[in-house]
Write a protein that binds this ligand. Structure first.
Ligand SMILES: Nc1ncnc2c1ncn2[C@@H]1O[C@H](COP(=O)(O)OP(=O)(O)OP(=O)(O)O)[C@@H](O)[C@H]1O
Ligand SMILES: [Mg+2]
Length: 495
């Protein structure tokens, strides 16, 4: 640790929501120059703890001790004044402004006539970025930045505001491996400047690599705080799940039958270029590639959620080629999307409606079940979804449990083809195993699966074959026996 100065203590924090004690007497502290990671199952209370720190939630009991002064709660503006920066996934940047303008937003540098001095802002933003070894041009429009660079820009903004404490809640869940590496390097630059970082992630390899300390929460309670060299993924999993568990899933071999899906010549501009492949009954066809390579676009075209320019789809010998999702669903295709906020959930509606929506729209499509409530309760139970009630609004459910609700929505349908786009994003280790079991069971029933995943160990262990998309084109298809991480990375990047 660069320095031993204590920045912050969240002291004996308790927080209740209707029906749930989200935090129960939790103490968490942070020193200057350290990365203190926070791990735990979905619903363990991680986000709630940092919401209390950012002023978004008020604790029911406990104190916040910041730079030696004690407070019963923060307001959001206090948190910012206190130099606490929370890096959100849903980015609050202005697309139509440049990188430098965004950095200075609200505190613009002006010339003697009161006009914004863009040159000076650009120079100053460039200085911060150079210091942190960030390669983003200060003059480009934010609209043209990748999601990864947007996240990095938020960090630059925070540095410009002189943040001393930075909170990152699942910062890499939308990043590819190269971008994740870049973020890790940036975090090391930040800590070397004495900034303290609270880092939440479900990727245990990441937290064991970057963390100076790791705290485990379970059911709102603190289980352990480990110092470097006293933690391992094994002990973390045991603490999180409450039993010994494997980090990786060993999928049993399932006999693969007839070819029953042909995707022929799907194309859209340079985003998706003449992609063809087949999937057999019972097969899990993995799709890999870097973030932005066109994997999700391909899935959207197949599902009819986006307009293709060319291509046809043959499912079980019938040419169906859906032109919208409703048609796709009627023909037995379903897609579990990557972005739960944008395309998956109806945020202001209860869980029960979010799960039933597919069935209500297409009630012929559903296996006959007595009542909606029993049906949903059954799904909630079988997926281990952690809720206080199925009537709870979905936006008050923890991130990973929202993802499970989306999965649950589709699992009782009679589809032949399931497209999973990043199905375990934000899902904890224990629940990941459940998701893998669900996918395996579908394939056992002879369903066809297209699995898009940025999690390479997951992609390799689950897929029977893997197709790699690079710049919109399917550049290779490998069988399980020949695939390795090294080979995949080479194909992803094309060198
Ligand atoms: N506004 C709210 N109203 C009711 N319950 C809530 C609210 N916010 C959180 N909860 C509940 O508090 C518990 C902790 O949620 P939290 O979001 O902190 O979990 P988490 O550890 O961040 O999980 P994940 O890994 O899934 O993101 C959960 O049971 C959740 O349903
Ligand atoms: Mg969370």
């Amino acid at each position: 640790m660069a320095s031993k100065k204590l920045l912050l203590t969240l002291d004996r924090i308790t927080k209740d929501f209707p029906g749930t004690r989200a935090l129960d007497d939790v103490t968490f502290d942070l020193y200057a120059g350290e990365v203190h990671c926070l791990v735990g199952e979905n619903g363990a209370g991680k986000s709630t703890l940092i919401k209390i720190l950012s002023g978004a939630e008020k604790p029911d009991k406990g104190e916040l001790i910041l730079f030696g002064k004690s407070y019963s709660q923060f307001t959001t503006s206090q948190a910012i004044n206190f130099k606490i920066a929370t890096i959100y996934q849903e980015v609050d940047l202005v697309d139509s402004l440049t990188v430098a303008d965004n950095v200075f937003l609200g505190g613009e540098l002006r010339n003697m006539f009161g006009i914004i001095d863009q040159k000076r802002q650009e120079i100053s933003a460039a200085e911060i970025m150079e210091r942190l070894k960030i390669k983003i041009s200060p003059a480009v429009l934010v609209a043209d930045l990748s999601p990864a660079d947007r996240q990095i820009l938020q960090i630059v903004k925070a540095i410009h505001r002189d943040a001393k404490i930075m909170v990152m809640d699942e910062p890499t869940s939308s990043l590819g491996f190269e971008e994740t590496r870049a973020l890790m390097d940036l975090i090391r630059e930040l800590t070397s400047e004495g900034i303290g970082i609270i880092y939440i992630s479900h990727y245990l390899q990441e937290v064991t690599e970057i963390g100076d300390r790791i705290t485990v929460l379970k059911d709102g309670k603190l289980v352990n705080t480990y110092k470097k060299s006293t933690f391992s993924t094994k002990t973390l999993i045991r603490d999180m799940v409450g039993r010994n568990a494997d980090e990786f899933f060993y999928k049993e071999e399932i006999p693969i039958k007839e070819e029953a899906l042909n995707v022929n010549h799907y194309s859209k501009g340079d985003r998706v270029q003449d992609v063809s492949f087949t999937v057999r009954e019972g097969e899990i066809f993995g799709i890999g590639g870097i973030v932005g390579s066109g994997r999700s676009e391909l899935a959207a075209l197949i599902f009819g959620a986006d307009k293709k320019e060319d291509g046809e789809l043959i499912l079980k010998g019938r040419k169906i080629t859906p032109s919208n999702p409703k048609q796709a669903i009627r023909h037995g295709i379903c897609m579990i999307t990557e972005d739960r906020k944008e395309t998956g959930l109806f945020l202001d509606r209860p869980v029960v409606e979010n799960i039933e929506i597919v069935n209500n729209e297409l009630n012929t499509f559903l296996i006959n079940l007595s009542t909606e409530k029993n049906h949903v309760s059954g799904i909630v139970e079988s997926l281990n979804i952690y809720l206080s009630s199925i009537k709870q609004d979905i936006d008050s459910v923890s991130g990973g449990n929202q993802q499970k609700c989306i999965l649950g929505r589709w699992l009782t349908t009679n589809a032949d083809l399931f497209i999973f786009d990043e199905p375990t994003k934000g899902v904890d280790v224990g629940a990941k195993q459940e998701v893998y079991k669900i996918i395996s069971n579908l394939s056992k029933q002879g369903k066809m699966i297209i699995l898009i995943s940025s999690d390479m160990p997951e992609l390799i262990s689950m897929s029977d074959r893997i197709g790699v998309i690079r710049e919109g084109a399917m550049v290779s298809i490998m069988s399980k026996s020949e695939v390795t991480e090294q080979k995949l990375i080479k194909e992803y990047l094309g060198y």
